[in-house]
Design a protein around this ligand. Structure first.
Ligand code: HEC
Length: 135
């Protein structure tokens, strides 16, 4: 059989379909560790409660609250702080009644954003006069 451009086209179409079906039926991301599965499901918790409306991840999102990309690596912002804040809310942030499972998944998701990016890679010098200068 001679390989004509038409056969090549058909072959590529079949490859495309097989690959698309494999993506649709696979679980999200390349998940090997259980905490990665939690992080993937934590993203769904993040979306379900619409945290993005007020918070940014990787610098994108709402601007009422702070960027939470690197929250878990900030001093004093450990799991119990995050859980307590979400449960109690603040003057500007509503409280959320997450289940224990949702809390764990959401925190694993915030750990994964911390490992995978920096909220704002720019650095600034703040002078005594109040002037702010990018490093
Ligand atoms: C209506 C807007 C709004 C929504 C929705 C919202 N937040 Fe907030 N959040 C805020 C504001 C504003 C602050 C700053 C609170 C303050 O300083 O009083 C904050 C603070 C936080 C902090 C503390 C940050 C720090 O640096 O100490 C965490 C953690 C947090 N939010 C998590 C979440 C999570 C998780 C969700 C989704 C379940 C969420 N927020 C949804 C407005 C919101």
């Amino acid at each position: 059989m001679k390989i004509t451009p038409l056969y090549t086209f058909y072959f590529l179409c079949v490859c495309f379909l097989v690959y698309s079906v494999s993506i649709y039926i696979s679980k999200p991301g390349c998940i090997n560790r259980p905490e990665d599965m939690n992080a993937a499901e934590g993203r769904l918790v993040w979306q379900k409660y619409n945290c993005q409306a007020c918070h940014q991840l990787y610098g994108l999102g709402g601007y009422l609250g702070p960027d939470l990309t690197n929250l878990v690596s900030q001093k004093g912002k450990d799991e119990s702080y995050i859980k307590a804040l979400i449960r109690s809310g603040t003057k500007q942030m509503p409280s959320f009644d997450l289940s224990k499972e949702e809390e764990i998944k959401l925190i694993d998701f915030l750990k994964s954003t911390n490992e995978s990016g920096i909220a704002d890679p720019r650095q600034f010098n703040v002078h005594a006069s109040g002037m702010i200068e990018q490093k």
